[in-house]
Design a protein around this ligand. Structure first.
Ligand SMILES: [Zn+2]
Length: 230
């Protein structure tokens, strides 16, 4: 836990989550981390900083990071449904269960990656969009967001507080958020998740060059959050 969120004996040292401040923290094989260490990520994910308690007074480090977790579908690391996987359904559930609900509630996008086939591995780069092209698209989207939120003092969709998103002129029409509100009312989505889906919908719209999210952007954001998208 000290190496991830900070701490250690004596003067509390910053952990990986602070060393990755304003960058990306990538945790491969996330379920292999201790439950305590993973749960300790919740505070920095929520507040963008880490507070480390000490008997002689606390220390605080910044921790605004883009957190990326990777996980295999089961302990043996074979793809889901793979004929060679001998893990029991219980073992698989227990493995992914180490990523708790409260932690996943702070994760905006879940994507299932199918196993790579030999043909894909050998295929050329020709028909894929280049990283440079994607970077340009992302930069354009970030510029649009920065311009929109400048009056509120924010630069990124992820920084806009929920109340600002939910009041005019930024509130999305009720017809566009019907599915979202139904999920909140049924309890399948938390209030935190509600705001996070709205922020994601704004990002999807920015990436597509729309000035505001439409209903399909909200639905896509819900799919990305729940991991239903394929
Ligand atoms: Zn397995």
């Amino acid at each position: 836990m000290p190496s991830l969120v900070g701490g250690g004996s004596g003067l509390a040292r910053p952990g990986a989550v602070s060393l990755a401040h304003r960058g990306v923290l990538f945790l491969d094989e996330a379920p292999e981390f201790s439950k305590g260490a993973l749960e300790a990520l919740r505070q920095p994910l929520e507040h963008g900083r880490v507070q480390l308690a000490r008997s002689r007074g606390g220390t605080e480090y910044p921790a605004l990071t883009q957190l990326v977790l990777a996980a295999n579908p089961c302990p043996c690391a074979k793809p889901a449904g793979d004929a060679y996987c001998e893990c029991s359904p219980l073992a698989r559930r227990r493995y992914l269960g180490r990523l708790s609900g409260p932690l996943l509630d702070r994760i905006d996008v879940q994507v299932q990656l199918p196993a790579v086939r030999a043909a894909e591995l050998m295929a050329g780069e020709g028909d894929r969009e280049s990283s440079a092209a994607v970077a340009r698209r992302v930069a354009t989207a970030r510029d649009a967001a920065a311009e929109r939120w400048a009056g509120l003092g924010h630069r990124l969709n992820g920084q806009v507080p929920g109340p600002d998103l939910r009041r005019p002129p930024w509130r999305l029409p009720g017809s566009d958020t019907a599915e979202l509100r139904a999920r909140l009312d049924s309890g399948s989505l938390s209030a935190r998740g509600f705001d996070r889906v709205i922020r994601l919908a704004w990002t999807i719209a920015d990436l597509d060059g729309r000035s505001r999210p439409v209903r399909d952007d909200v639905l896509e954001a819900i799919q990305l959050r729940t991991g239903d998208a394929t």
